[in-house]
Design a protein around this ligand. Sequence first.
Ligand code: FES
Length: 98
Amino acid sequence: MWVKVLNSAPREGTMVGAIVDGKKVFVTMNNSVLYAAENRCPHEDIELTLGCIKGNRVKCSLHGYSFDLATGDSLDEQVENMQTYAVKQENHKIYINL
Ligand code: FES
């Protein structure tokens, strides 16, 4: 189910949070590619938008674990992967597939 989350794309390198269907998500633009994921660190339930983008990963502000923007991979078997979502832009608006 595609759901509109933003009226325009985030600026390069920034994360924009939104709530859709009661779920916290974020959208980011990295190297001109859109990504979307759940705005919750799988480690201890903090918003990932408090962290930063490093390369192709989002780094959590609390303990520094990071997650691949495309796959959600945590690179650490003790930390669950981040939930990612398909994202698209139509008529400037941003949609994610929940
Ligand atoms: S809460 Fe995100 S790395 Fe620990």
